[in-house]
Design a protein around this ligand. Structure first.
Ligand code: 13P
Length: 260
């Protein structure tokens, strides 16, 4: 099965010039027969340039968020928000939803995230849903971490069964333990594997869904193989290492070699 690698640029870089340069440098990625799905998630202001530029390449594009409403006649009164329809119109393939930084700094709740997931899927925008436990929960042990993630998934995917079509390609889960994000200390790959297997079981049992599940948190070219060598780990969501084009390309190269 194709591995997936997502570059979450977060709030980087600081100019359109640098964003274009970073994206252009990714175009030289050697993706042997497109064995890996490479996705770039730039900030909204750069999104049109990147998404329209990626149209004729193997690279796909994701937004870092999306709102739960679409403009309608006399509607659209949601200052500052971006709708699923607008993103589809720009050939954006995926929307990252529920990233822990948005939960923390913007105060996104599971209820808001659930509305966003449903709105995106309804519009045919694929979803990368982020879940993961904070350090104080992980300290209580594996069972507590699993319960935390289960609770997030139940709330974030509430009523998803009612959606007409949720194919296995439409929903991707990214397991990102909060304590591993931006710390340089990734989860142990066996712990990530255990959680990812658990998430897959839950999705199969509760939603009859076979979604891809990725790992995220301090992934770099040195540790990527520890994660993706496991069949059950379908790829990685990369933050810091994705804004260094050499490092990101090395990550893709390593996965390519593994696939050969
Ligand atoms: P880092 O790779 O910088 O730890 O960030 C992970 C992340 O939050 C990706 O969404």
């Amino acid at each position: 099965m194709k591995k997936m690698i997502i570059a979450n640029w977060k709030m980087n870089p600081s100019s359109i010039k640098e964003a274009n340069k970073l994206f252009d440098s990714l175009l030289t990625i050697k993706n042997n027969d497109s064995k890996i799905e490479v996705v770039v998630a730039p900030p909204f202001v750069y999104l049109p340039f990147i998404s329209l530029g990626s149209e004729k390449t193997d690279i796909k594009c994701a937004s870092q968020d999306v709102f739960w409403e679409n403009p309608s006649v006399g509607g659209g009164a949601y200052t500052g928000e971006i709708s699923p329809k607008m993103l589809k119109d720009l050939y954006v393939d995926y929307a990252i939803i529920g990233h822990s930084e948005r939960r923390k700094y913007i105060g996104e709740t599971d209820e808001m995230i659930n509305r966003k997931v449903k709105a995106a899927l309804n519009e045919g925008l694929k979803v990368i849903l982020c879940v993961g436990e904070p350090l104080e929960v992980r300290k209580k042990g594996k069972k507590a971490a699993m319960d935390f993630v289960k609770n997030q998934l139940q709330k974030d995917l509430k009523d998803i069964k009612k959606l007409s079509v949720v194919g296995r390609r439409s929903l991707v889960i990214a397991y990102e333990p909060i304590w591993a994000i931006g710390t340089g200390v990734p989860a142990h790959s066996n712990d990530a594997l255990e959680m990812i297997k658990y998430i897959k079981q839950l999705l199969a049992k509760s939603y009859n869904l076979k979604a891809r599940v990725l790992y995220g948190g301090s992934v770099n070219s040195k540790n990527i193989i520890d994660f993706v060598k496991h069949n059950e780990i379908d790829g990685a969501l990369v933050g810091g290492a994705s804004i260094n084009s050499k490092e990101f390309k090395k990550i893709v190269e390593k996965i390519n070699k593994l696939n050969n």
